[in-house]
Design a binder for this molecule. Structure first.
Ligand code: ADP
Length: 191
């Protein structure tokens, strides 16, 4: 199995690049943002709880997202690998993920981190908010909170994987194709 984390701040292009990567490599895409939005759409108790956090630009509690990922790993046997998008977002989530993968006798091969400036992020997210219908994309103060959550809680996740020499930084500005090629180059070196 080849498991990869696509890492980066909100609006860095993880979703766009994930779609292209799973098409090329056949991995199972696990986006906690997508899983949470699906729970919200179905108005499940988990979705209703998560919505309170998401609408404030805050992270959803660790237990909630770890539980979702644990279920997703169990319900997708036999895939060639997992692409984690938007997870792990805290050090506790990273440690939990490593344990879950260990139980499956596998591990994270590499974390690819997309680097994008804050001004570009805000611009992209406000732009996305005009068409995505996402309540967390329409208000600049919520977007700033999400970037703040990223800086304080999520960035340390890169330090965690850096300790295992697993992080590669990729420039996340440029054309979608250019960024995709840079990602594929790093993946192909390792497979
Ligand atoms: P983006 O990366 O553009 O912020 P996502 O779709 O990944 O968007 O996530 C949207 C929201 O869902 C986040 O702002 C957060 O509230 C919640 N969320 C997603 N993944 C996680 C996670 N792993 N841990 C905690 N909260 C999460």
């Amino acid at each position: 199995m080849f498991n990869i984390i696509l890492f980066g701040p909100p609006g860095s292009g993880k979703g766009t690049q994930s779609q292209k990567l799973i098409e090329k490599y056949g991995w199972k895409h696990l986006s906690t943002g997508d899983l949470l939005r699906s729970e919200i759409a179905q108005q499940t108790p988990l979705g209703l709880e998560a919505k309170n956090f998401i609408d404030k630009g805050q992270l959803v509690p660790d237990e909630v997202v770890i539980g979702m990922i644990s279920t997703a790993l169990e319900t997708n046997p036999g895939v060639p690998g997992f692409l984690f998008d938007g997870f792990p977002r805290t050090a506790a989530q990273a440690e939990a993920l490593d344990k879950l993968l260990q139980l499956k006798k596998t591990a994270i091969a590499v974390m690819l981190a997309l680097d994008v400036s804050e001004e570009e992020l805000v611009k992209r997210l406000l732009n996305r908010g005009q068409s995505s219908g996402r309540s967390d994309d329409t208000d600049e103060s919520i977007i700033r909170s999400r970037i703040e959550e990223y800086e304080t809680k999520t960035k340390p996740v890169a330090d965690y994987y850096n300790g295992f020499n697993k992080v590669v930084h990729i420039k996340g500005e440029g054309s979608v194709e250019e960024i995709f090629e840079a990602l594929c180059k790093e993946i192909d070196k390792r497979t």
